[in-house]
Design a protein around this ligand. Structure first.
Ligand code: JFZ
Length: 425
């Protein structure tokens, strides 16, 4: 399957980076209103009116992230145990992180920085053996007069939507050619589009033109469901390659098609200088293992700063996940749900292509004495704690395997126990 690399990977790092990274959630000394999504400051700064386009656009003159080092970023991504990286090539504000030929609202033509961010990331991903993907805001574009805008509200009634003719201009003159530039110039392994409701401008016909063009230029490039097929196409998600859940949505059921959850480290996607509600590493690990055990991926977002760095709380979390992944990656990569009911002490993963191992993800320090596991389809040949290499005793009792617990579980968040399965029933 052309999606195999994606389902094998299981863990990727997402990144929201652009002009909004400079104000980082604060405008005129006030925290932006609405919610914590710092990348929405153009609409939510000066709450509830938003910031005039010309004022927001002027941020480009200050965009000079000299600390940006694509190689250093990708070293952190690699070390975290992720197999791919995706970044906002263009978010809703319409600003491009590459020298687009169809719009000079981009990092090379409009900023003192003047470097092609995507080209540097492309080279760094190649050096580190990472797949690269792009977020492209195809539906919303707050710079082009024809792009979609958020709905008008009582407190911001001045917002209007483009006419169909204006939207068509946007679609043919900016959206389609920019996506083509991304495909031809940077060979992304996948694209991540973003629409989350039915919309008159995002017609099935327009979606077909976009998808047809991508298939034509880059047949192997994966496309996610938030391109809008779920709500705006009669064939639903049949034309896309993987499903994207809602933000921070972790389903409690197994899903057959390839899927992913994109999740934040705090409450914002873009860097927010006032958001200190960082999730603990144990939650991030639980999100990762929970998704893998339901056949899904986890795309953990980072919001680099306006000067091009990964901030301290971000780095520590990536490195703690990495420390866990250095020990336990074999229970994540290439794995999916084991053919067994969910145990109450955690979850069980198994390689998707062989039946010779199970991985027991034991949550918390609370499992004393013994661990009862559903009986695998093949006999257990060995039982080992991955972190310590300690061999555990086990015995088969009816439909279960009873494993003698170690004196202490080495990782009080998630300890992985590997069951090697022999031949025969
Ligand atoms: C979208 C973006 O607006 C946001 O800035 C960020 O890029 C995130 C990853 O995606 O946010 C959404 C997407 C979907 C819903 C709400 C916000 N939704 O389903 O309600």
């Amino acid at each position: 399957m052309h999606t195999d690399w994606f389902t094998d990977a299981r863990f990727g790092i997402f990144s929201h980076w652009g002009l909004y990274s400079l104000p980082a959630g604060v405008w005129d000394g006030e925290r932006m209103g609405g919610n914590w999504y710092a990348e929405w400051i153009q609409m939510q700064g000066n709450w509830p009116h938003g910031i005039p386009l010309e004022t927001y656009r002027a941020l480009a003159a200050d965009f000079n992230p000299t600390a940006f080092d694509a190689d250093a970023w990708m070293a952190e991504v690699k070390n975290a145990g992720a197999a791919y990286f995706l970044i906002t090539a263009k978010h809703h504000d319409g600003f491009a992180l590459w020298p687009s030929r169809v719009s000079d609202y981009n990092v090379v033509d409009a900023t003192p920085f003047g470097r092609d961010v995507l080209a540097e990331l492309r080279a760094a991903c190649d050096r580190h053996g990472l797949r690269l993907g792009f977020y492209y805001s195809h539906w919303m574009d707050w710079e082009h007069p024809g792009g979609a805008r958020p709905k008008a509200t009582e407190s911001a009634p001045e917002r209007t939507q483009p006419s169909d003719a204006e939207y068509e201009t946007y679609w043919t003159e900016k959206c389609l050619p920019q996506v083509r530039e991304l495909l031809e110039g940077y060979a992304p392994a996948f694209l991540w589009f973003d629409n989350w409701r039915a919309d008159d401008n995002l017609t099935a016909e327009r979606l077909d033109r976009l998808i047809d063009m991508i298939r034509d230029v880059a047949p192997d490039c994966l496309i996610n469901s938030r391109i809008g097929t779920t709500w705006n196409h009669p064939d639903g998600d049949a034309r896309v390659d993987y499903l994207s859940m809602g933000d921070n949505e972790f389903p409690d059921r197994m899903i057959e098609q390839p899927w992913e959850t994109s999740g934040t480290l705090n409450r914002s996607w873009g860097h927010h200088r006032l958001d200190h509600a960082w999730l603990p590493p144990r939650t991030l690990l639980a999100n990762l293992v929970g998704n893998v055990s339901r056949n899904g991926n986890y795309q953990l977002n980072v919001g680099p700063t306006g000067d091009g760095r990964l901030c301290g709380p971000t780095l520590r979390r990536l490195r703690e996940i990495g420390a866990w992944m250095h020990i336990n990656h074999e229970a994540v990569r290439g794995c999916g749900p084991a053919p067994a009911p969910r145990p109450d002490w955690g979850s069980i993963t198994a390689p998707t292509k062989t039946g010779d191992r199970w991985y027991l993800h034991v949550t918390g320090p609370g499992q004393t004495a013994s661990l009862t596991c559903p009986r695998p389809p093949r006999p257990v040949a060995a039982c080992t704690v991955l972190e310590t290499g300690e061999a555990l005793d086990w015995r088969t009792v009816d439909d279960t395997v009873r494993i003698t617990a170690p004196e202490t579980w080495p990782d009080e968040r998630i300890t992985v126990v590997r069951l090697d399965l022999g031949e025969g029933p």
